[in-house]
Design a protein around this ligand. Structure first.
Ligand SMILES: Nc1ncnc2c1ncn2[C@@H]1O[C@H](COP(=O)(O)OP(=O)(O)OP(=O)(O)O)[C@@H](O)[C@H]1O
Ligand SMILES: [Mg+2]
Length: 373
């Protein structure tokens, strides 16, 4: 028996939950002609919300439609990697198999690319390579995907934008899908040269609905030898956060297997939950808090205390200010910095809440004195 849950960043879930609108819109955009505005899309959301796997799902849809997928990451010099490695590789694959009826495929950058003398007209190079590539295709197209787009050098993004618009203007079959952290993307959108991004169809990924999460627990466990009896409880605990769905599912499944139980009932779930939250802390909260300066941390800890006291997620900034012995206005800078770090989000007038589930609980836990044996 194999555990069907996959609590790994970037690993596609065995059972897909929610996000239907994005997937169907995109399939329709590929089937429609060039110039369909839904052929450029932008996905934003917080850590672990499922951006990378959604991008992978879009790539799969494109490949099923016979499209060629070029995958790049914002952490590398995209324009250069596309021109020097990804596109040439795609072209040679197409040229090697001219007779066969080609089905789609995907090509990713090899990471390190030998640095060459800087091109004078990088966008032109990109356009001409992409033209060659689309020229080899019959009735399909090229999808470029860019993950971690918040890290893209704005200059690089401009080159991609120029190239993309050039091809769209000539009715060539191209599409682009980008994904990144909400804040970083919003900052990019504000840049003067970002018309390209602003025109893209923008989806902000939120948590799954409790219903979708419940179904994900049940259906993922289906056929694994252990059924998910306590799926509703697990869905509540997960707060619809996709990474936690996989983590909680995985640990509950392990627990049931150890207990030789055929179903994950409330008892199994309750025994697995603490470890799931602990791992969430280690893998999501701890790295997110690593470089937070003391004053910002104090804001977060104060928030965490208020959250527990009021038993509601939205915390009033005025209350935080009061406990920190300062004024609301003097906190506005700290507040903004924490929003930029994707740690908190605005939650209605004068209020904020934690951007990640259980972050408040994690902070409260950190403050407790350590137990020594
Ligand atoms: N729609 C979904 N249904 C079920 N599980 C999902 C879904 N979306 C994501 N997951 C699971 O959530 C986890 C995180 O997904 P992913 O790596 O795509 O997050 P991310 O938003 O790219 O995070 P980061 O910002 O850290 O890159 C993975 O284990 C994945 O399998
Ligand atoms: Mg990701």
């Amino acid at each position: 028996m194999l555990n069907p849950f996959r609590p790994t960043f970037g690993a596609s879930p065995r059972v897909w939950a929610g996000r239907d609108a994005v997937l169907t819109d995109f399939a329709r955009a590929l089937e429609g002609g060039p110039g369909n505005p839904d052929r450029s899309l932008l996905i934003s959301g917080s850590r672990g919300i499922g951006k990378t796997v959604l991008l992978t799902e879009l790539e799969d849809i494109a490949v099923k439609h016979g499209w060629v997928v070029l995958r790049a990451s914002g952490r590398e010099n995209i324009q250069q990697v596309l021109v020097q490695s990804i596109i040439p590789e795609a072209i040679s694959r197409l040229e090697e198999a001219p007779k066969r009826q080609l089905t789609g495929f995907s090509v990713a950058g090899i990471g390190s690319v030998s640095t060459q003398v800087t091109e004078t007209e990088p966008a032109e190079r990109l356009v001409s390579r992409l033209r060659t590539l689309t020229g080899l295709l019959r009735e399909t197209g090229v999808l470029i995907t860019i993950d971690e787009v918040q890290d893209v050098d704005p200059h690089d993004l401009t080159q991609i934008a120029i190239a993309y618009q050039d091809l769209v203007r000539d009715d060539l079959p191209v599409a682009v899908a980008m994904a990144g952290l909400t804040r970083g993307i919003n900052q990019l959108l504000n840049l003067p040269g970002a018309t390209f991004l602003r025109r893209a169809r923008h989806y902000e990924l939120g948590p799954l609905t409790v219903d979708d999460a419940r179904r994900a627990f049940e259906e993922t466990a289906l056929g694994s030898g252990i059924s998910f009896g306590a799926a509703s409880g697990a869905a509540e605990l997960s707060m619809g956060y996709p990474y936690l769905v996989q983590l909680l599912g995985f640990l509950s499944w392990e627990q049931a297997a150890r207990d030789s139980k055929g179903s994950i009932d409330a008892d199994v779930l309750n025994r697995a939950a603490p470890e799931a939250l602990e791992r969430l802390g280690l893998q999501v909260h701890q790295p997110a808090l690593r470089d937070v300066p003391p004053r910002q941390l104090e804001f977060l800890q104060t928030m965490a205390a208020i959250e527990a006291e009021d038993a509601r997620p939205e915390v009033s900034v005025a209350h935080v200010a009061e406990l920190m012995g300062t004024s609301t206005t003097s906190l506005s800078d700290l507040r903004q910095k924490l929003i930029d770090r994707d740690l908190i989000t605005p939650a209605g007038w004068g209020r904020v809440e934690f951007a990640q589930p259980y972050l408040g609980a994690y902070l409260r836990e950190q403050r407790r004195p350590k137990r020594v044996q």
